[in-house]
Design a protein. Structure first.
Length: 671
């Protein structure tokens, strides 16, 4: 017992040490300045926007994502120790509810800043980093494959399977997601285990041919040792990602215990692998890849227990795919908001084809290519057949987008429900499991709370976008620029609409100076009932933003204050009044004020621009300023009103209940 406690204390000590950050924070004054950085090129440079992008591991600060001109290509080789001059900065990230956050993505990948190498600046070469040599080996293999495969359309799949380089086009990525086969393009335990098994059979068989050698050292030891070497080498070739780390560590645990003639369950080896990975890098606990990897193996363990009740070879072949797909559907929905209904048919063919045919052939072709033999057409033929098969499946049965917000609690309930349902428990327990699984089909929106209050949601975007919600009716006020931005529509707007359970926009109010626009992109996100704008587009049947077109929706009064292309919207709910500004000039604001100042008296103004002074000379409670630049707040420094800005607050939500009580909340701060 004492030994176990000491071991536990040692483990906790290692975890605490590994979680400590040994790098310095970048001084604030160095951002947006050119600074000298010394470090190591730690990833393969990739072309992006006519520049080379790579991770530079600085000795002082940690990892920095840099871009450089192509003329520096001969310097940017992994493992090169360099001193260079770069302008570094931190990207401003828009913080919106339930949306992808690029800053958090960089943080989880341990990237502390972005930067650009100054054109024409001198780079000093200082030597080679031994610890980064595996990445240099990947770099040479990457270049070798590029020259071998030339412009072959299936080259991204080969690079993904051989060195873990996932550089798919959008259409290729969509094909893998829609078919539920993305996991096959990630080098994981499946690939590591397969190669280790093949290496074990081959080297044990070769060693067994010599009785003299077998008397000196049993063939099993040679097979086991070679399988570990092959697995470790392949994981280094794949960049030693989390799935490969888990697979290699589990293999090492099993091998070590086999050598000392002690058996261990797969559950224990999985737990040991998890602890070792955390010891190596405790921050990986925040990685989606870690949890997906260990979840997949845990599910496979559960499935292996289930399969013990079956003896039919057909059942043993088909049921693992069926069970795995059932388990992965809620996990896929939680992480990616969608799931594939053809994944069973796709994986039944893809898993054995990739694992037992395509991957071994690719590795064989890679080895013999170094002696001048090119047989790439053989695995390419199988890859082409698989590609055609997946295209056929996904063409007829599309990906299913989940209809609501799926929380972590819902995920846990559904997974437990599936286990209770498919395991051979009593009928009452299985019935409980079925009830728990029904959580998957329920809407996350509580309709009784949905209509409790009027809500204005101010999105954190560069150009204004505000959503008004009242008693099931939704009015979206947005800049015309947002309609052409697929990232804003699909990531920010769609995520919030799904979270709120909104299935249509009753009125879309489009503002901005562009003369024409289309609704194609936003209609793919949400149906639009009516569109209001001063822009000229006769094909859309627009309603003019004009005072004569004012709306009265239940207890909501909406007034349109316009002047040529300008379209301000005044919204009154009970005794609360809100004025929404577009990015209009002070002259236009002055004209609108002179026209409408007697009929509007807002409590809160929401604006992306500087205000005409007379708009602020009234009973204003708050000003909400939409901006992606903190320096622009000086425009309001001379005002006495309370100001909320989206730069420091993220998305802002205003609620007014039936008793006229107002509350303001934000994504980043509490009020």
């Amino acid at each position: 017992m004492l030994i176990r406690k000491n071991c536990l204390l040692i483990i906790l000590l290692f975890i605490s040490i590994s979680s400590c950050d040994s790098y310095q924070n970048i001084e604030k004054f160095k951002y947006n300045q050119e600074v000298s950085l010394s470090g190591v090129v730690s990833t393969i440079p990739k072309q992006k926007d006519d520049k080379l992008e790579f991770v530079f591991h600085t000795f002082k600060y940690g990892d920095v994502l840099l871009k450089a001109d192509k003329s520096y290509r001969h310097y940017l080789i992994p493992a090169n120790e360099l001193t260079l001059l770069a302008k570094i900065y931190k990207p401003h990230e828009y913080d919106n509810t339930n949306a992808f956050n690029y800053s958090q993505y960089l943080e989880h990948n341990y990237i502390v800043a972005l930067g650009n190498i100054k054109n024409g600046s001198r780079i000093k070469y200082s030597g080679t980093s031994i610890l980064s040599l595996p990445e240099r080996f990947r770099y040479y293999i990457y270049n070798h494959l590029q020259s071998q495969l030339n412009e072959n359309k299936l080259k991204p799949f080969v690079l993904a399977l051989l060195i873990g380089d996932k550089d798919f086009t959008e259409s290729e990525q969509n094909l893998l997601v829609r078919s539920g086969t993305s996991h096959l393009m990630v080098i994981s335990g499946l690939h590591i285990g397969l190669l280790a098994f093949i290496a074990f059979l081959v080297f044990r068989g070769i060693w067994s041919l010599s009785p003299k050698l077998c008397r000196k050292l049993p063939a099993q030891y040679i097979g086991v040792t070679s399988s570990v070497i092959v697995a470790f080498s392949y994981s280094l070739l794949a960049g030693f990602s989390l799935p490969t780390q888990r697979a290699v560590i589990m293999l090492l645990v099993v091998v070590v215990l086999w050598l000392v003639k002690k058996r261990i369950s797969i559950v224990r080896s999985l737990f040991i692998a998890f602890i070792v990975i955390l010891l190596l890098d405790f921050k990986s606990i925040y990685s989606i890849s870690l949890w997906l990897s260990f979840s997949a193996v845990t599910i496979l363990v559960i499935i292996s227990v289930l399969l013990q009740q079956y003896k039919s070879k057909l059942a043993l072949f088909l049921l693992p795919q069926v069970y795995l797909t059932i388990f992965l559907i809620p996990i896929s929905v939680y992480y990616f908001d969608s799931f594939s209904v053809v994944s069973i048919l796709a994986n039944i063919v893809a898993i054995p084809l990739v694992s037992f045919v395509i991957l071994p052939l690719l590795l064989f072709c890679l080895v013999i290519s170094f002696i001048g033999l090119k047989l790439w057409f053989i695995p390419m033929a199988f890859l082409k057949l698989l590609y055609i098969y997946l295209e056929f499946l996904t063409k007829h049965i599309p990906l299913v987008e989940y209809w609501s917000y799926f929380s972590l609690t819902s995920l846990i309930i559904v997974l437990v429900g599936i286990i209770l349902l498919i395991f051979p428990f009593s009928k009452s327990v299985r019935l409980l499991g079925l009830v728990m699984c029904l959580v998957f089909f329920q809407s996350s929106t509580d309709l009784s709370k949905k209509y409790e209050y009027f809500k204005l949601h101010v999105f954190d975007t560069k150009d204004e976008m505000v959503l008004a919600q009242n008693n099931g009716q939704n009015i979206l006020y947005t800049s015309v620029k947002n309609l052409g931005n697929e990232y804003i529509l699909s990531n920010i707007l769609a995520s919030y609409l799904k979270l709120e359970g909104i299935d249509k926009v009753d009125y879309l109010i489009v503002v901005g100076s562009q003369k024409s626009f289309n609704l194609k992109n936003i209609n793919q996100i949400i149906p639009i009932e009516k569109t209001i704008s001063n822009n000229e587009n006769n094909n859309l049947g627009l309603i003019k933003c004009s005072y004569k077109n004012n709306l009265l929706l239940n207890n909501l009064e909406i007034k349109f204050l316009s002047n040529q292309n300008t379209c301000l919207v005044d919204i009154k709910y009970l005794n609360r009044e809100f004025l929404l500004f577009d990015n209009t000039s002070l002259n236009s604001q002055e004209k609108i004020f002179n026209l409408y100042n007697r009929i509007v008296s807002p409590d809160i103004i929401i604006t992306p621009t500087r205000l005409y002074s007379k708009f602020t000379n009234n009973r204003l409670d708050y000003i909400i300023y939409i901006s992606n630049r903190v320096g622009e707040l000086y425009r309001f420094n001379d005002l006495k009103h309370k100001i909320f800005d989206t730069y420091t607050n993220g998305a802002i939500t205003i609620k007014v209940d039936h008793n006229d009580k107002l509350s303001v909340t934000s994504q980043l701060k509490k009020y």
